[in-house]
Design a protein around this ligand. Structure first.
Ligand code: ZN
Length: 70
C-alpha cells in the first residue's frame, strides 16, 4: 500500500477511473488529495474538487469507478 504524505499513516492511496472518461487518478481515502500519477509526493498533488470541477463533474467518490488500493 501507498500512504498519503498528508495523513500521517491514516490515508491510503487508491487508484480510480473517473466514470465515463479514460482518466485515471490516485486519491487518498482520508483527505481526498489527488495525484495524476504514482509519484505520490507533497509537491505533486492536486485537489479532488479542482480536478472534478475542471471536468464539469462533482467531487464525489460515486463518480469514480474501479477503485482499488495500490
Ligand atoms: Zn490524505
Amino acid at each position: 500500500m501507498i500512504y498519503c504524505p498528508f495523513c500521517d499513516g491514516q490515508g491510503v492511496i487508491n487508484k480510480a477511473n473517473i466514470k465515463g472518461t479514460e482518466m485515471i487518478l490516485y486519491i487518498c481515502d482520508e483527505c481526498d488529495t489527488v495525484w495524476k500519477d504514482t509519484d505520490i509526493t507533497e509537491d505533486n498533488c492536486d485537489n479532488f474538487e479542482n480536478v472534478m470541477n475542471s471536468l464539469g463533474r462533482k467531487a464525489l467518490w460515486s463518480e469514480l469507478a474501479d477503485v482499488e488500493r495500490l
